[in-house]
Design a protein around this ligand. Structure first.
Ligand code: GLN
Length: 485
């Protein structure tokens, strides 16, 4: 048995029966990481000593009779989330040697649950991107086809789960960064409602849409991790005081009274026809299970990308203002005068996409342009939210593709920022409205010019994902549906 390939549920059973030790799974994962990370570049840091210590502690707890949850389960975490004593770079040169002084709330929760942190995963710098090519530490490769991107910005986490380097991974999703890489790597990616999971200790990107969530091999595992990391946190002013449902219980529910909406604006020209066929198959299955399916309209969908790419850079320009090389981060070696010191630190520390967003955001927020750009974007955002409110009066859940195509080739989009921004076409809406959403593997589609996978086999098909979107804090409906598809 290859222990690194276990799902959390499978490992749980073996650990609880005493047939397996946490240390054995941890060693299996560390071995596969050391064999494959040179090729994949999915992990930016591997904390072997920390992981083995945590595994020993977990084994002691298991031996003393403790069971269940995430006790003894090894995972990887995106490198924009703080883990006390470990480097947290956000894949940026500006934080090259930054050591986090405290644990993010979700890390505290996972530590208390007995989960074992193996290391930190690669991402687009500060989570700006859709391919993980914007990392200052090199691109991550898709393990299913090494000539393709894993998606982004949580591409390291998605590639790690798909390549079985860990049993689950943590990512962040601001405008699709958990869902799109999950779709490109053939795994499950869950974006909780805004405020469901504490953002304390996540390096801020777009504070009004940032969320943390799990990337997993199954729906069950996703529900298990979400239960462990959700809940109100007084250290995050936007965290919501709402009870966390028992997501695992949803597996027992049926879909008899469920009404599923297909937003017509998401099924347009340019959508890969094989993806449309996979979605049609899922719809048929839902109908067979007793769900009703109807077409709905979200008329403001077409403004999703322009609105997201005004609000996001605006918030980024403000959030990244703190990185000036004085309190922390990169310091330019030779710099004369205070003005130059700031300019050199930021000029040399940030990569091209972070700079592009700082410039775009500063422009959109500046006097004379604020009303025309930022304020207007916020007004249209309200209309996008209202679109969803109206749709959810008619249906319980929405079903869409996660991405218009499967994983694209490394280098195919990164010369053209606009093309990269358009990658987010189906995922930004749920982020702007703070809704719960999941990407579920929905089969495979054929690809031309396939490369080789990690095992060296030539690839002819790649996975695609379908997205389910539910109203805010209705994660339970998402899981109920996801368990059955
Ligand atoms: N692709 C989106 C962007 O570049 C998503 C980022 C994210 O969710 N972190 O902004």
């Amino acid at each position: 048995m290859e222990l690194n390939k276990l799902t959390i549920k499978e490992a749980r059973t073996l650990l609880d029966k005493g047939e397996l030790k946490a240390k054995e799974i941890t060693l299996a994962c560390l071995k596969v990481i050391s064999e494959n990370n040179k090729v994949l570049n999915a992990c930016l840091l591997v904390d072997e000593a920390g992981a083995l210590l945590a595994a020993e502690k977990a084994d002691e707890r298991l031996e003393s009779g403790e069971k269940g949850g995430l006790l003894g389960i090894p995972y990887l975490c995106k490198d924009n989330i703080m883990v006390k004593g470990l480097k947290t770079t956000a894949a940026s040169n500006i934080l090259e040697n930054y050591i986090a002084p405290y644990d993010a709330t979700i890390i505290k929760k996972l530590k208390a649950a007995g989960a074992i942190l193996l290391g930190k995963t690669n991402l687009d710098e500060f989570a700006h991107g859709a391919s993980t090519e914007n990392s200052a530490y090199g691109a991550t490769k898709n393990p299913l086809d090494l000539t393709r991107v894993p998606g982004g910005s949580s591409g390291g986490s998605a590639a790690a789960v798909a390549a079985n380097l860990c049993l689950f991974a943590i990512g962040s999703d601001t405008g699709g960064s958990i869902r799109q890489p999950a779709s490109f790597c053939g795994i499950f990616g869950f974006k909780p409602s805004y405020g469901r999971v504490s953002r304390h200790g996540l390096l801020s990107m777009t504070s009004s849409t940032d969320v943390i969530g799990p990337l997993t091999k199954t729906v069950y595992d996703s529900a298990l991790v979400l239960e462990a990391i959700s809940g109100y946190d007084e250290l995050d002013a936007t965290s919501v005081q709402a009870p966390v449902d028992y997501y695992l219980e949803e597996e027992k529910e049926n879909l008899q009274n469920l009404v599923v909406g297909l937003p017509k604006e998401y099924f347009v020209e340019g959508l890969n026809p094989e993806i449309k066929a996979r979605i049609d198959e899922a719809v048929l299955k839902l109908k067979e299970l007793g769900a009703k399916v109807k077409e709905v309209s979200l008329p403001y969908t077409k403004y999703g990308i322009p609105v997201y790419y005004l609000i996001t850079p605006a918030e980024i320009s403000s959030n990244l203002a703190r990185f000036d090389g004085i309190a922390w981060g990169f310091k330019a070696k030779e710099s004369y005068g205070l003005q130059n010191f700031y300019k050199d630190n930021r000029g040399q520390g940030f990569g091209p996409e972070a700079k592009r967003r700082i410039i775009l955001g500063t422009y959109a927020l500046s006097a004379g342009y604020y009303d025309a750009y930022y304020k207007k974007a916020q007004a249209v955002r309200a209309l996008i939210v209202e679109d969803f409110n109206q749709a959810f009066k008619k249906v319980d859940i929405l079903l869409t593709p996660t991405s218009p195509h499967p994983a694209f080739k490394l280098g195919a989009q990164n010369a053209d920022p606009l093309a990269m921004y358009l990658e987010d076409i189906f995922v930004t809406g749920a982020s702007l409205a703070g809704l719960a959403a999941i990407s579920i593997p929905a089969g495979e589609v054929s690809v031309k010019d396939g490369g080789g996978n990690l095992a060296g086999e030539k690839v002819e098909t790649m996975p695609i994902g379908l997205q389910l979107i539910a109203p805010k804090l209705k994660e339970n409906i998402l899981f109920r549906t996801a368990f059955k598809i």
